[in-house]
Design a protein around this ligand. Structure first.
Ligand code: NAD
Length: 266
C-alpha cells in the first residue's frame, strides 16, 4: 500500500483487539504515527506499538475509558505531547450487552450507550477541538479527518440487541449532523459500517461450523470479513483520495445490507 498518510498522526480508540487493532496497523502501514488506545488490555496494544516502532514507524499505547471525559482528555493530551497533535481520529470502541428487551437491565442499556455513543461523542468533540487548535497542515487538504465506527445495525434492526442497534443508529445521525456542522472548517466526518467481521465481539457467530453456516446465509459475498477489510477502508477515508467525501457511511459488509433473503424470494 502506498504511504498516503506520511507525516500524519492518528488516534484509534479500542485498538487492543479486533477492528481497532486492524485499523491502527493499516494506518501505520500507510505511514501514519499512531496512538493506540486500550481500555483494559495493555499487552496487545503495547505489542502492536513496539511492532510498529521496530518496523520504523511511530506508535504509543495509551489507556483510556472513552466513556470518561477526563480519560479522553488524557488520550488527546498524550497525542499532543508525543506527536504535536492529531490529523486522523477513528472512534472505534464499542461493546455489546445483549438481552431480550423486556429483561434489559438499565445498567446494560446505559453501558452500551455510554461506550458506543457517548464515547464516540467525547472522542469526536476532542478531535474537532484539536483539529481547530492545530490549524491547517501541508500533509492533507482537510483540517482533520474523523471516522466513526458504526455497524450494519445502524440500518438493520436487531432483535435482542436493542441497546446496541440504538447506539449505532445514534452514531449515524451524530455523524451526519456533525459533518454538516464542521464541513466549512474543512473537517471531514464519515462512518464505516462493518458487516460481520471476525473479532472477539461476535465470536459466537462464527466459532462453530453451525454458527458460521447460519452467518454466511446473511452475506451474499460468501465470506466473513477480516479486520484488514475495515483497515483498508479506514486508510482510504483518512487519506486525500477521499477528499470530497464527508457525511457518508461506508458499508463494508459483503452485501449484508442488500436484504439477501429476498434474492430468491421477492
Ligand atoms: P472488540 O471487542 O475486539 O473491540 C472493541 C474494543 O473496544 C476492545 O478493544 C475494547 O477493549 C474496547 N472498549 C470497550 N469498552 C471501552 C471503553 N470504555 N473505552 C475504550 N475502549 C473500550 O470488537 P470489534 O468487533 O473489533 O469492535 C470494534 C467496533 O466495531 C465496535 O464499535 C463494534 O460495534 C464495531 N462493529 C463490529 C462488527 C463485527 O462484526 N466485529 C460489526 C459491526 C460493527
Amino acid at each position: 500500500m502506498p504511504l498516503t498518510l506520511h507525516d500524519q498522526v492518528a488516534i484509534v480508540t479500542g485498538a487492543s483487539s479486533g477492528i481497532g487493532y486492524g485499523v491502527a496497523k493499516a494506518l501505520a502501514d500507510a505511514g501514519a504515527s499512531v496512538v493506540i488506545n486500550y481500555h483494559s488490555e495493555p499487552a496487545p496494544a503495547e505489542a502492536l506499538a513496539s511492532q510498529i516502532n521496530h518496523a520504523g514507524g511511530h506508535a504509543i499505547a495509551v489507556k483510556a475509558d472513552v466513556s470518561n471525559e477526563s480519560d479522553v482528555d488524557r488520550l488527546f493530551q498524550a497525542s499532543q505531547e508525543r506527536f504535536g497533535g492529531v490529523d486522523i481520529v477513528v472512534a472505534n470502541s464499542g461493546v455489546q450487552k445483549d438481552h431480550p428487551f423486556v429483561d434489559m437491565p438499565l445498567d446494560d442499556w446505559r453501558r452500551v450507550l455510554d461506550v458506543n455513543l457517548t464515547g464516540q461523542f467525547l472522542t469526536a468533540q476532542r478531535a474537532v477541538r484539536e483539529f481547530a487548535r492545530r490549524g491547517p497542515r501541508p500533509v492533507s487538504k482537510a483540517l482533520g479527518k474523523l471516522i466513526l465506527m458504526s455497524s450494519v445495525h445502524d440500518v438493520i434492526p436487531w432483535a435482542g440487541h436493542v441497546n446496541y442497534a440504538a447506539s449505532k443508529g445514534g452514531i449515524q445521525m451524530m455523524m451526519k449532523s456533525l459533518a454538516q456542522e464542521v464541513a466549512p472548517q474543512r473537517i471531514r466526518v464519515n462512518a464505516i459500517a462493518p458487516g460481520a467481521i471476525k473479532t472477539p465481539i461476535n465470536r459466537a457467530a462464527w466459532e462453530t461450523e453451525e454458527a458460521l453456516e447460519r452467518l454466511l446465509k446473511l452475506i451474499p459475498y460468501g465470506r466473513v470479513g477480516e479486520p484488514e477489510d475495515i483497515g483498508k477502508a479506514a486508510v482510504w477515508l483518512a487519506s486525500d483520495e477521499s477528499d470530497y467525501v464527508t457525511g457518508t457511511t461506508l458499508y463494508v459488509d459483503g452485501g449484508m445490507t442488500l436484504y439477501p433473503e429476498f434474492a430468491n424470494n421477492g
